[in-house]
Structures are given as structure tokens and as C-alpha cells.
Ligand binder design. Sequence first.
Ligand SMILES: C[S@@+](CC[C@H](N)C(=O)[O-])C[C@H]1O[C@@H](n2cnc3c(N)ncnc32)[C@H](O)[C@@H]1O
Length: 436
Amino acid sequence: MAAVVAREVRSDAERVARRVELHSGIVFRPEASAFEIVLRDRLALGSWPGVADYATYLESPADEPELRQLVELLVVTETSLFRQPAQLEVLRTSVLPDLHRTLPGGETLRIWSAATASGEEAYSIAAVALATLEGARRVEVLGTDISRQALARARRAVYQERVVSNVPADYFEWAFHLAGRSVEPSAVVRSLVRLAQHNLARNPWLPPDPAGGHFHVIFCRNVLMYFAPTTVSRVVAGLAEQLLPGGLLFTGFAETLLDEALGKAALELVQLPGTFAYRRVERTSRPQPRAVAAAPSMVEPSGSSDRPSVAALLEQSRAMAASEGLGAALQLARQAARGYPTSLDAKVLLGVLASRAGLDKQARLAFEQATWLNPLEPLGWVYLGALLREAGETHRAAKVYSTAATLLGRLPPDQLVGEYAAGQLARMCRQQAEEL
Ligand SMILES: C[S@@+](CC[C@H](N)C(=O)[O-])C[C@H]1O[C@@H](n2cnc3c(N)ncnc32)[C@H](O)[C@@H]1O
């Protein structure tokens, strides 16, 4: 009986998750702890007797404000100034100078930071554009996000000092002002940025800027990874529509697109120094050969049914680490991470083993990818914090530990996370964040 009830409750939670996905594109596993906690908090308000009533309410036409509030509580708005600096470096050294050289004199250069969160991305792009073009051309940066709360923070644009760790020193004073323990974009940087609410998953897909026309560059980073493959294809096709021919789309490092999505969207993958982007090809042109033949995909390859499951590979790898040696275990963890690129457990195990083998760079990449894959799962953050602390990157380590502590604080204290109880691990992370 208990199992039947549990199954029913779970299917109502699935209805809620489905409603969230229909509205925002974001896929949640109803059993994910963060989802459960947010759901429990909403029910604790007392307006709905149970999950079924809540799901029914969300499915009714009156749902909009509650649905928006629920999505506000679920979205991850983690970001920083000059995140993924290689992309900004390419913008500075080649993309913007090339555009400036080839565009007609009076044309405004237009860049869209889609899913900009609290605006750090949009202000970083504006600062780079100013540093590169030095006023020789008008530049507009449009920053949009589904979250009204994140946009309110973007409008305020007063950030904690720790988001600046990637900002090159020569941007201080003129582009970003440090004031006590906070940092703010200067008036000139702000003047390039316009902010607006926009839902990438809205159906049908609408441009954010009906008056404005197309963009030369679009940044849409660290949001596609929350969407289902079909949503990614639809969103990417919409983004490509908004790009001028030859325009570039930058995604997050963990967000390489499948050939199918590229073909539909008339985009081609291009390799750039230290990074990659997707270029809008002319509508009339035939599909170009891919610059890179086999890009890793955001979805797990379908593969044959007899290939080993990720759980089996990881178990074997753990067993090897305990017996036959680290090298073989690491090899297997790499194989699991490559074969199942969306498996968080594979990334975490790869990170742990690489770190044990002294391969800090590889370990760091694996933990970072774990946090990108599912920013609501605390374990990747905990390991990343430890690695950053070891590397002496205290600002970032503190920030990462405090994210881990927040996520762990939402779990029941005795729930096991790795080998520790969530409460114990949360205390440890909080302490580390304060000490650093
Ligand atoms: C992890 S942040 C990424 C911020 C920034 N682009 C970066 O890479 O640092 C993800 C952002 O995507 C936004 N988001 C999620 N679903 C969205 C949607 N359907 N449309 C627009 N923004 C969305 C969230 O509100 C959040 O601010």
C-alpha cells in the first residue's frame, strides 16, 4: 500500500516537473532533492492540501504567478564576471575587430547575452567591446533572462567582490569600480547594456527585441544544459534565426550541440583559439562540412544495448582503484565519462581519481563539468572547493564552498552525500567558506 501511495505522489510530482518544463524548458527529476525541497516549501505555505492539488492548480489557466514563482525558486543563477574568459579573449582579439572591419561605418554592433542571470555576463561583454573598439563603433548589449529576480539584481549591478577573480587587472578603474567589498560596472559600461525579461523556451519562440532586428553575436551559456534535447534544438533554431549570416553563437563549454540541432538551425561549428562557437551559415548555402568531425554531444549516444551501463563501469572503476591500481581505474572512469557525457557520477569519480593521481587540471575540469551538468547537486561543488583551496584560489574556493553549503543545507541533515551526512558536510563547507 505504502508503495502505491508513494508512486501516486511521485507521479503528481512528475506532473509538477512537467509543468515547469513546459513553461521554462528546464528538466527536473522529481526525485532530485532540490526539487523535492522547493516543492515541500511551496506546500508548507498551506494553500494546497497535497502535491496532487498543487499539480492540478499549476495545470489550470490561473497558474501563471505560482508557476513563475516556482521557476524563480528552481533556477540556478550562478555566474560571474568574465566567466569562460577564453571566449571573451576571442571576442577581443578577433571577433570584434573583424566585425568592425567588415560592417558598414554607421552600423551598430549588436550582441545578445541570453540567460544572462544577474548581468555579469552582459557587463563583461560590454567592457570587452569598449576596450576593443574604443568608441570607434556603437555597440549595444541586450541581456535577457527568464528570472525577474535575477534581472532585478542585474539592474542594481552591485556585485560581491568575489565575482571579480577572472577580471583582467586593466579593466579596473574604468570598467569596474571596487567599492569596499563590492564591485560595480562603471557608467560607461552600463550605458551599453539593456536588460529585458525573455523566456527562451516560450512556445512559439519569440525574439526578445521585436523592434531591434538581428544580432552579430549571441552568448547563450550554461542554460541549454538544463533543457531536453528537443527543447535545445528548438531554442537553438530560434537563436540562429536571430543571428545575422556569419554571426556567432557562443554556448557553455559543456554545451556542445548535436549535428542534428546544427543542421536545423543552419549553424556550423567553428574552432577558435582556446574555444569554439557556432556560426550562422547563409540560408541558401548547402550544409558545410563540420570544422570538427566528432563534437561531444549533450545527450548520451544511443549506443548498442549491450554496451556496459555507466553504473557498471563506475563500480568496476571503484573496485580497480581499491585493488589493481589507480591507472586502470582512471582509464575506466575516463571511458565512462566519455561514453556517458551527461553522467554526473562519472564526472565526479573521474575528478576524484584524477585528483588522487595528481592530475589536478583534469580533476578540476571534471568537477567543473559536474557542477555545470547539475548545479543543484552539492558533491561536485564540495570537491571543486577542495581543489581550488589546494591551488590557492581562495576567493573562488570560498564562493564554491558557500554554494555547496547552501545546497547541502537544503537536504535532510542525515542524508548521505558521498560518504558524509549532509549536515556534517554543510558545516564543514560553511567553515571553509568563512576561513578562506
Ligand atoms: C547558470 S545561469 C547562466 C548565467 C550566464 N549565462 C553564465 O553563463 O554565467 C542560468 C540562467 O538561465 C536562466 N534560464 C533558465 N531557463 C531559462 C529560459 N527558459 N529562458 C531564459 N533564461 C532561462 C536562469 O534564470 C539563470 O539565470
